[in-house]
Design a protein around this ligand. Structure first.
Ligand code: GLU
Length: 276
């Protein structure tokens, strides 16, 4: 069996050591078999945060490190029709509903914080009368589209994912709650775009940091409903700073550009990009 992996950075700033580890894991897995392919995907749907110069800077950093990809990079901003089509399918199945809540509404409706550090949507608009919702949409009220995760679960039944590090896990549809499938401002959203593109690019192995393990639960739900193949997963440990925190774009000291400017060789940077 051949292996196809992808590295999927967002062009919202320069790459740091955490990204390089993710790229290396993906490249090494693909190249562990003859004919394996390592693809590059620019996840640029979040247009307000995209920096136009980042595409080239990302590609230059990867090339400098010898992390060259196969074929042309994919840009999610070119794929809007495919995401709309997938959303259409979910709407036809009655698994997507419009949500008119603001961030403030959601905060106010949440009585207690929960453990994930992220907000789980309390489901306010799930039970909205469809006629009322249609009126609001016709009136031009801003809305997102959310997945009815519990209803989706009744459709797909028990599903699982296999991770090369963690083994097999049963999908928990409640873990992420009713995620946004299409944001108010940009008309699409992360989970749906990733799932549609992993299918389109025929990714056999989704490799990414362990901080995205939770996302796999909802992404498997979407794959199952949309009839996409099931990739194998590899959620790798993260590069952390001296306080044990995962790196973020703001950690300029670990930016590849800065390390290059400080005279680090590609080999030195590559060695620094390892999980701690
Ligand atoms: N674009 C995401 C990131 O920059 C990666 C998404 C994924 O690998 O599924 O963290």
């Amino acid at each position: 069996m051949s292996i196809v992996t992808r590295f999927a950075p967002s062009p919202t700033g320069d790459l740091h050591l955490g990204h390089i580890l993710a790229a290396k894991v993906a490249r090494d897995l693909a190249k562990s078999v003859p004919g394996g392919r390592f693809l590059l995907r620019h996840e640029d749907i979040d247009t307000p945060r995209v920096k136009p110069e980042s595409y080239l800077r990302i590609e230059e950093d990867l090339e400098w490190l010898g992390l060259t990809w196969d074929g042309d990079p994919l840009r999610q901003s070119d794929r809007r029709e495919a995401y709309d089509e997938a959303l259409g399918t979910l709407r036809e199945l009655g698994l997507a509903y419009p949500c008119f809540c603001t961030r403030k509404d959601i905060h106010a409706a949440l009585s207690a914080p929960h453990g994930h550090g992220e907000m789980i949507y309390p489901g306010t608009c799930r039970s909205l009368d469809p006629t009322e919702a249609a009126h609001r949409i016709a009136d031009g009220v801003a809305h997102s589209w959310r997945l009815d995760s519990a209803k989706a679960a009744t459709l797909h039944g028990a599903i699982y994912f296999t991770d090369l590090r963690c083994g097999t896990t049963q999908v928990d549809p409640a873990m992420n709650g009713d995620v946004v499938l299409a944001r108010k401002d940009i008309g699409t959203a992360y989970h749906l775009a990733v799932v549609v593109d992993d299918a389109f690019q025929e990714i056999t192995h989704v490799t990414r940091g362990e901080d995205l393990l939770g996302a796999t639960h909802v992404q498997r739900q979407l794959q199952s409903i949309l009839g996409f193949h099931e990739p194998v997963y590899l959620h790798h440990a993260l590069v952390r700073d001296e306080h044990g925190r995962r790196l973020a774009k703001r950690d300029a000291a670990r930016s590849i550009r800065i390390l290059r400017e400080q005279g680090c060789s590609p080999e030195e940077v590559s060695t620094k990009a390892s999980a701690t």
